[in-house]
Design a protein around this ligand. Structure first.
Ligand code: ADP
Ligand code: MG
Length: 411
């Protein structure tokens, strides 16, 4: 039996065991109101201070939702999840009461217990009213299971605080940008997506996998029959992107000539995914980037979908043209609100807890979620049935070679 006690009570002396209460002692709504006041989240109007007012509250899965009305003209960007979470997670002492000896040393015993912070998570939402959701427990990690698959072009991106699995449907939302500091789950997420797509659509999906950090992330898929192109440096990337773009142009022409708007209307079942890990390195190659931008623009209709991942969310690493054409984003923790703004067009990802796989998925709204973890062993098992020996395709002549031929011809 674990009991918890607010530390302020403890400092005041343990006046009696009657104070020991399960699950904390203070009301979050009151605390939030105090945080508003202390943080100065108010609005002065005609010499009067208008405050944020609680309108209603309701119980939600794993917590409570508080709905507030903001004073007219109040800048809601001032309301900060970190400040709220800090205020709500005051230190508590949790201990196993069966291990406490009820003798005159009780105070000493309790003082030796280490304080633990409550682990409430705060989520903000705004739809005319400010919604503050306070979750009692952190999401925790989420393990992979095949039951998560939903078929089609849908892949799971993560579970929300309220226990709902969110999917990215490539046929609906098309491309995806994945960002986040190194070590927080980008490659794991992409490997899980590749495996999911292969499991969902083994005969219809094909991939061009480009990993500009030498290929460690995607090498395990190299033998899968669905992987038609595999590149690990800028030269290979350019060749692949050129080839894919030509194929896409062909396919797109056929779709349009058939009088259709896109691959879905044309009833075509094949889709091709170009997945670029560590894509910031692509920006060194203007031509690659230009072609990829074209694929991103036309690929939506042609059934060529791009996943663009980078650990450096800067304006250079995610060029405007790419961003504008990829509204869906999956962002793990980043080091600054500037980086978060590059990816999500708003702050937030910098204050995610430093848990691998914890991210924000932005489709229309931002949703905090935990990406299911598929281990390399799990991937191996699932990919094995699709592995085949591949003959190295003759490499298309590189641009260097072509230049050379041109020069000799002229000469
Ligand atoms: N969704 C997840 N759940 C649990 N652990 C994860 C998750 N994603 C990543 N990790 C852990 O973090 C490590 C780094 O993840 P990785 O995807 O390689 O990071 P990145 O590509 O962003 O640098 C993994 O090896 C794994 O141990
Ligand atoms: Mg990685």
């Amino acid at each position: 039996m674990i009991f918890s006690i607010a530390s302020s009570l403890l400092l005041g002396g343990v006046a009696g065991y009657g104070y020991l209460k399960t699950n904390g002692v203070t009301n979050d709504a009151d605390k939030i109101q105090r945080i508003f006041a202390n943080a100065g989240w108010t609005k002065k109007e005609d010499g009067e201070t208008k405050t944020i007012r609680l309108r209603r509250r309701r119980k939600i899965e794993n917590g409570m939702e508080y709905v507030y009305q903001l004073p007219l003209g109040f800048d809601r960007k001032k309301v900060d999840t970190d400040v709220l979470a800090d205020g709500l997670n005051t230190k508590k002492i949790a201990f196993d009461i069966t291990k406490v000896k009820f003798n005159k040393d009780i105070l000493k015993q309790i003082k030796q217990l280490k304080g633990v912070k409550a682990n409430k998570q705060v989520e903000l939402d705004f739809d005319g009213m400010l919604k503050i959701r306070v979750y009692e427990n952190d999401l925790g990690k989420e393990e992979w299971s095949d039951g998560l698959l939903k078929g089609g072009w849908k892949v799971p991106v993560g579970k929300t605080q309220q226990g709902k699995m969110i999917y990215h449907d490539f046929d609906n939302r098309k491309h995806l940008i994945v960002a986040g500091a190194t070590g927080f789950g980008k490659s794991v997420a992409m490997k899980m997506m590749i495996t999911s797509l292969i499991m969902n659509k083994p005969d219809d999906v094909t991939f061009s996998l480009i990993d500009l950090k030498g290929g460690p992330a995607f090498a395990r898929f190299k033998k899968a029959k669905q992987v038609t192109e595999f590149g690990t440096d800028n030269t290979e990337a350019l060749e692949i992107i050129q080839k894919v773009k030509e194929r896409m142009d062909d396919d797109y022409r056929k779709i349009v000539e058939g009088g259709f708007e896109d691959v879905i209307e044309a009833g075509l079942t094949k889709r091709h995914f170009i997945i670029v890990d560590e894509a910031a390195d692509l920006s060194e190659s203007k031509e690659s980037l230009r072609l990829l931008t074209d694929i991103v623009r036309k690929g939506r209709g042609a059934g060529y979908y791009v996943i663009y991942a980078t650990q450096y969310p800067t304006a250079e690493a995610i060029p405007m043209q790419i961003k504008r054409n990829i509204p869906a984003r999956l962002c793990y923790v980043v080091d600054s609100s500037t980086a978060s703004t590059v990816v999500l067009d708003g702050a937030g990802a910098e204050s995610l807890p430093e848990i691998p796989g914890r991210g924000i998925y932005k489709n229309v709204k931002q949703i905090i979620l935990q990406t299911p973890f598929m281990s390399n062993e799990q991937i191996k098992e699932r990919i094995k049935p699709f592995e085949e020996e591949k003959h190295e395709l003759p490499r298309t002549p590189s641009t260097e070679d072509r230049k050379h031929t041109l020069v000799t011809e002229k000469a």
